[in-house]
Design a protein around this ligand. Structure first.
Ligand code: SAM
Length: 204
């Protein structure tokens, strides 16, 4: 799917994501993860700001998304929670920041969308301070065979429908990127992963 079609697809879903933000969907997992966010925070593929209810008032958020409608909803959410946030309309895969720009890099439900998720994680590695944290909540292929089979079978349809892949092995992608996992929790037959990681100082 070309970039413009993908952006339009997410634009159309912005109202639905905003409703989910208000209902605090996946709130328990988000709260658990986001409470580890400190200092200058980069949140990539922020969507409608689903994590915003869970940040402390002291963090400074830089939020990125390539969908103008998602970003518009995220700005409203930041105002509602009185967060210090600035917003960048950009494609995460072609974004640049100086090395070690952020204390925390947050990505929730975004590795399913990138063309090259391993490269995106290596960008997080570069942008995160050496003593910082990379916080992930991602969905992917199950470790339960019949479910994994179904996810693979439905992947082309799901990608066309919502713009996310269902068949990615998230823990493999994380391993390939070289970032260092400190703690990981797995839910729903391994389709959801919460990961607390730190940058790998042996990588650039
Ligand atoms: C599945 S939604 C997740 C939104 C939010 N992070 C959450 O947890 O609810 C994926 C988001 O990533 C954005 N996105 C996907 N690929 C992107 C890219 N290459 N650059 C920037 N944003 C992207 C979409 O516009 C959408 O807002």
């Amino acid at each position: 799917m070309n970039r413009q079609d993908l952006i339009r697809k997410f634009d159309k879903q912005a109202r639905w994501y905003d409703k989910r933000r208000k209902k605090q969907a996946q709130g328990e997992w988000r709260r658990k993860l986001i409470r580890a966010a400190k200092g200058k925070v980069l949140e990539v593929a922020v969507g409608a700001g689903a994590n915003f209810p869970f940040y402390g008032q002291e963090v400074e958020i830089t939020a990125v998304d390539f969908s103008p409608e998602m970003l518009r909803k995220a700005k409203e959410a930041a105002a509602e929670y009185r967060l210090k946030a600035n917003f960048i309309l950009a494609d995460v895969e072609s974004l640049t920041f100086p090395p070690e720009s952020f204390d925390t890099v947050v990505s929730t439900l975004s590795l399913c969308g990138y063309e090259d998720p391993v490269r995106v994680l290596s960008l997080f590695n570069r942008w995160c301070k050496r003593d910082g944290r990379i916080l992930l909540m991602e969905h992917g292929i199950s470790f339960v065979f019949p479910l994994a089979w179904l996810q693979k079978a439905l992947d082309p349809l799901a990608y066309r429908w919502v713009g996310c892949h269902q068949n990615r092995d998230i823990m493999d992608i994380i391993r390939a990127s070289g970032i260092l996992v400190e703690r990981a929790e797995h839910y729903w037959a391994g389709t959801v992963h919460l990961v607390w990681a730190k940058p790998n100082t042996n990588q650039e």
